[in-house]
Ligand binder design. Structure first.
Ligand code: NAD
Length: 414
């Protein structure tokens, strides 16, 4: 039986807790989410009867600050997946040193099959259902797979209508006219590109000598590919839910992005050859960036992989056994809680700007983001080197330690 994303998250947690000798009571506290909300709610469809959708909001840990984490709209969303994603958010915010806990939400739906009006109705009703948890000082959602700035705007408007005043700080990843931050849309990809180049530097590889394969061509995948190509890397393969393409001479990402928007897929891009998903992940590229969904780097893929570096743009893309295989084969891996943290970092900047009603220049945002990514990378690299562990083990020990320390000083209530 396939293990769930939450099993993976707990296995990663258990391994890290064991390696750092974390107190047993602390392990009990941190290995489960604090709050889990399941909602079933009706949505008026354009045609036919009302449909009932199921959604979730899980707060894993709020010891270090308000809960923070995205909203996923996807047919495969489950409570266990949302729990895993919420837990990873707690470690990510701790590792990056930003004052948030971890949360995640999701609705079981296929957004591409809904009309704009249906998507708006669904979002507004879901927002209302989870409003008992959400607020600028309690729980601040953001975009994830299947949601975007427009969905964030509907969510913010719904919360604001209920409050009777504009509440921009209730959600991040919003459009600029309603309190969004410059640079937020590109932030996760910018962070991925920053740590990729940094890891390559440590490995003695120049960006111009590195080829890249990116799985997923949504927000994270497309921006990672674009910024890596601008840094001089050659992006040789990309994929989306419809398939994968390859061009050993390098794809023109500046051109592919508008082309894929127009054709609603990357498949068929002129000059590229179709390849399978497995071929994309095991092809002849220096770096593989999984930027779609969980569990895609299986043991088989890890055994066949020809890359030197995996940078986890997605959350939880590597199965624990595969992680071990990559390690044994000497393939370096920058873990999700570091690699894709750029999104939550700029979400933090957006929240700060909204609370202060004072907005920063894009250059300041990008500069601060890159500084935080470099700081976190250096800390993780340093610990990994000192203790001769993988970057994931190092990142986990730093993150868990911060959450455990906060829990310890706050004490157990009552
Ligand atoms: P998105 O919806 O914008 O894009 C997802 C992409 O993955 C699409 O191109 C889709 O076609 C593709 N995809 C879906 N299923 C696939 C499959 N089976 N094989 C290949 N491609 C597939 O989502 P996103 O916001 O880019 O998120 C991608 C990943 O990054 C997720 O794991 C998410 O949790 C993580 N993440 C996102 C952010 C953010 O700011 N958006 C931040 C941190 C982490």
């Amino acid at each position: 039986m396939a293990i769930s994303a939450f099993d993976v998250a707990q296995q990663q947690f258990d391994a890290a807790a064991e390696a750092m000798g974390l107190d047993l009571s602390m392990r009990e506290v941190l290995r489960v989410p604090q709050r889990e909300l399941i909602v079933n709610f009706p949505v008026r469809m354009d045609k036919g009867p009302v449909r009932v959708f199921t959604g979730y909001r899980v707060q894993h840990n709020i010891t270090r600050g308000p809960a923070k984490g995205g909203l996923r709209y996807h047919p495969a969303v489950t409570l266990d997946e949302v729990r895993a994603l919420a837990m990873w958010m707690s470690w990510k915010t701790a590792l990056m040193g930003i004052p948030f806990g971890g949360a995640k939400g999701g609705v079981v739906c296929a957004p591409e099959t809904l009309s704009d009006r249906e998507l708006e109705n669904l979002t507004r009703r879901y927002a209302t259902e989870i409003a008992i948890l959400v607020g600028p000082h309690s729980d601040i959602p953001a975009p994830d797979v299947g949601t975007n700035a427009q969905v964030m705007a509907w969510f913010m408007d719904t919360m604001s209508m209920h409050a009777g005043y504009s509440m921009p700080a209730v959600i991040t990843g919003k459009p600029i006219p309603v309190g969004g931050s410059l640079g937020r849309m590109e932030a996760t990809g910018r962070g991925v590109a920053t740590v990729t180049v940094e890891a390559l530097e440590h490995m003695g590889i120049e960006p111009a000598d590195a080829s890249i394969a990116v799985q997923g061509f949504g927000n994270v995948g497309s921006i990672s590919a674009l910024l890596l190509s601008r840094k001089g890397c050659k992006v040789v393969g990309v994929s989306d839910v419809h398939g994968a393409i390859w061009d050993p001479a390098g794809l023109d990402i500046e051109d592919l992005i508008p082309w894929s928007r127009m054709h609603k897929t990357v498949v068929g891009y002129p000059g590229s050859s179709p390849v399978s998903n497995a071929e994309l992940l095991t092809g002849n590229a220096t770096v593989v960036v999984p930027a779609a969904l969980e569990g895609v780097i299986t043991t088989e893929i890890a055994r066949e992989a020809r890359c030197k570096l995996v940078v986890e743009g997605a959350n939880g893309p590597t199965a624990p056994d595969a992680d071990q295989v990559l390690k044994e084969r000497g393939i370096m891996l920058v873990p999700d809680i570091l690699a894709n943290a750029g999104g939550v970092v700029v979400s933090y900047f957006e929240w700060v700007q909204d609370l202060q009603a004072f907005f920063w220049e894009e250059s300041e945002i990008n500069g601060r983001l890159e500084a935080l990514m470099h700081r976190a990378f250096a800390q993780v690299w340093g610990v990994a080197h000192e203790s001769n562990t993988s970057l994931r083990e190092a990142a986990y020990s730093l993150a868990l330690d911060k959450v455990a320390q906060a829990t310890l000083v706050r004490g157990i209530y009552p």
